[in-house]
Design a protein around this ligand. Structure first.
Ligand SMILES: *Cc1c(COP(=O)(O)O)cnc(C)c1O
Length: 344
């Protein structure tokens, strides 16, 4: 296996991991710390995190009747789902490129992974290829990120509906970037018993807490919950996430700002000669340079103290592609001016 590499980011303008660049308003920090004083680190956390689930159900607009499974980040939920279906002959299907942990955890469990390339012109699902792969492999799980990482686009809702309807196995809709997409398949959840929706608070602005959730029918959630380690959401995360989600106005404000800055950054990047930037409904932009190689751009930015993600080694149509997270307006400006200098 290849390790999941994360860059050492000390001292850099960090635009590589889709984090929210903003800290909390001081009054929020004070209230949060007051709350943490009541936490009991000598006791195990609530194994079911009932209070936190209530807040998620309410703020996440989870349809009544749907149940929740919590994970230590959605990474852990991916692991739980895949452990549940791991058996000889099982196949996991996902479009490529997509979030790398689907493949990483699948192969770590000895399960077969099948990746179907997206359409090269617009990163839509290649439906003839998806249909054929579904017929041929009858996958136990299909992962669809909505919006997709690293391409940033939303797949067509009709295509997703067809896949969910035709699939005999589970379809996981990964809405990690939901806060930036201004759309969600959550209202459709009760309609499809084999569809589960996964979200995380990471990209929203709480990456350090490690909290993801899976919403769906009880028949699935109850079984998956048997594989979850009993105290996977620690007491500080339960308390902090509850607090942040109940006071989510400041997070919404930050999200709005990031969306605006994303659209701004998209315009500026698109105006640079030799750069192709792809439309995004997430908090990052995928781009490509016809003038400079991705490796050269990546290292030049690194020398200037800016860390982004170089996707060149992924090959395929990610050759010479880079992914930049939307930062603060100041960070975006520094990034742009360096890129501008390279494309003058
Ligand atoms: C970042 C990301 C995740 C992982 O989120 P965590 O909750 O931080 O583990 C899941 N899916 C996609 C598509 C992502 O980009």
């Amino acid at each position: 296996m290849q390790p999941y590499k994360t860059a050492d980011s000390g001292g850099y303008i960090k635009l590589d991991a889709m984090e929210n660049p903003y800290s909390w308003p001081p009054t929020m920090v004070e209230q949060w710390l007051d709350r943490l004083r009541e936490c009991k680190p000598n006791r195990y956390p609530d194994p079911q995190a009932i209070a936190l689930k209530k807040v998620i159900a309410q703020t996440g607009k989870i349809p009544p009747g749907s149940k929740l499974l919590l994970g230590n980040g959605s990474d852990e939920i991916i692991q739980i789902i895949l452990m549940a279906i791991a058996r000889p002959g099982a196949v996991v299907l996902a479009p490529e490129p997509c979030f790398v942990m689907y493949r990483q955890i699948t192969i770590s469990l000895g399960i077969e992974y099948v990746g179907i390339p997206l359409k090269a012109n617009n990163f839509d699902l290649d439906m003839p290829a998806m249909r054929s792969a579904m017929r041929h492999h009858n996958p136990s799980v299909i992962f669809l990120a909505y919006p997709n990482n690293p391409t940033g686009n939303l797949f067509a809702e009709d295509d997703i509906a067809e896949i969910v309807t035709d699939a005999e196995g589970l379809v996981i809709i990964d809405e990690a970037y939901g806060p930036f997409a201004e759309t969600s398949l959550m209202p459709r959840l009760p309609k499809y018993p084999n569809m589960l929706i996964m979200r995380t608070v990471s990209k929203l602005g709480l990456a350090g807490l490690r909290l993801g959730y899976l919403a769906g029918g009880n028949a699935w959630i109850e079984q998956l919950d048997k594989l979850r380690l009993p105290y996977n959401i620690n007491v500080l995360t339960q308390s902090s996430a509850e607090f942040a989600l109940l006071n989510n106005a400041f997070l919404d404000e930050q999200t709005n700002q990031i969306r605006k800055d994303r659209d701004e950054l998209y315009k500026w990047l698109g105006a640079l000669p030799g750069i192709t930037v792809f439309p995004s409904r997430a908090n990052f932009l995928l781009f490509k340079s016809e003038k400079r190689g991705a490796d050269e751009i990546f290292h030049a930015l690194l020398n200037a103290g800016i860390l982004i993600k170089n996707l060149n080694a992924s090959g395929g149509f990610l050759k010479n592609c880079l992914r930049v997270t939307v930062g603060t307006p100041e960070e975006n400006k520094v990034f742009l001016s360096q890129l501008q200098a390279l494309h003058a």
